[in-house]
Design a protein around this ligand. Sequence first.
Ligand code: CAA
Length: 257
Amino acid sequence: MSYETILVEQRGAVTLVTLNRPQALNALNGQVLSELLEAMAAFDKDASQGCAVITGSEKAFAAGADIKEMQAQGFADMYGYDFFAGWDAFTRTRKPIIAAVAGYALGGGCELAMMCDFILAADNARFGQPEIKLAVSPGMGGSQRLTRAVGKAKAMEMCLTGRMIDAAEAERAGLVARIVPAAELVEEAVKTAAAIAGMAPLAVLANKEMVNAAYETTLTQGVQFERRLFHALFGTADQKEGMAAFVEKRPGNWTGK
Ligand code: CAA
C-alpha cells in the first residue's frame, strides 16, 4: 500500500510510520487521518507485526491539525460532521503504538502523541496546546489526555497560555516515558518496539488493555479487570511456555496461542 502523506515500512515485526508533509510541518489534515487509519488497521490485522512506531521529522513530529483546512469551516461543518471524531478509531488500535517525538508536537500533534501508548521524546522535542492563540481549544482529546498525564495545574497553564514545554519538563511531568538524543530517536524507538513485539502477543494485548482501563474505571473495577485478564492469560499456551522457559533458563518461544 502506498500513501501520500505518510511513509510506512516494516522493520521485522515493527511497523514504522513516518508523517510526511514536511512543507506543512506534518500538520494533520483529513488525508493524514484517513491514511493513518488505514495503515493502523492493516498493522493491527497483520499477524507478523507486533508493535508500531509513529514519528515525524527532526523539526516537527506534527505542528497541529491543519489550520488552513479548518480556517473556513463553520459550526455546522464541524459539529455536523463531528470533525476529529475519526481519531477515535486510531485509539481503538489493539496493538501497542509508540510515539517517537522530535521537534514540535503542538496542538493535534501533541494530541496524536498522547493517543499513542507512550511517548519517547528526542532532546529537542517541544510539546504544547497552543490552540487558544487561534481562539479555539484542543479538539483531539488534548484537554483530557494532557490533564490525566501531567495533572490539572500544568495542563491548565498549557491550554490557557499556549506555553510550550521542552523534553526535560515533559519528562518531569510524566508526559513522556524517556528522553533520547535526537539522532538516536527512531532507532531507539524501533528497538523498544522490537522488544515489545518479541513478547507473547496475547500478553501484550492484555497489558495494553489493562493499563488503558485505569483511565476508564474506578480503582476497584480496574483491579478486578486486571485480575480477570491475568487469570485469562493462564488459559494461553504462551503462559505455559513463558513459565517453562524461565524455569529451564531459556528464551520463550511464542505461538500467540
Ligand atoms: N497547519 C497548517 N500549516 C501549518 C501548521 C498547521 N498547524 N503549522 C505550520 N504550518 C505551515 C506554515 O503555515 C508554513 O507554511 P508556508 O510555508 O506555506 O507558510 C510551514 O508549515 C512552515 O511553518 P512556519 O513557517 O510557521 O515555521 P516556523 O519554524 O517559523 O514555526 C511553528 C514553527 C512554531 C510550529 C509554527 O509553524 C506554528 O506555530 N504552527 C502552528 C502551531 C499551532 O497553532 N498548532 C495548533 C493547530 S490547531 C489544532 O491542532 C486543533 C486541535 O486541537 C486538533
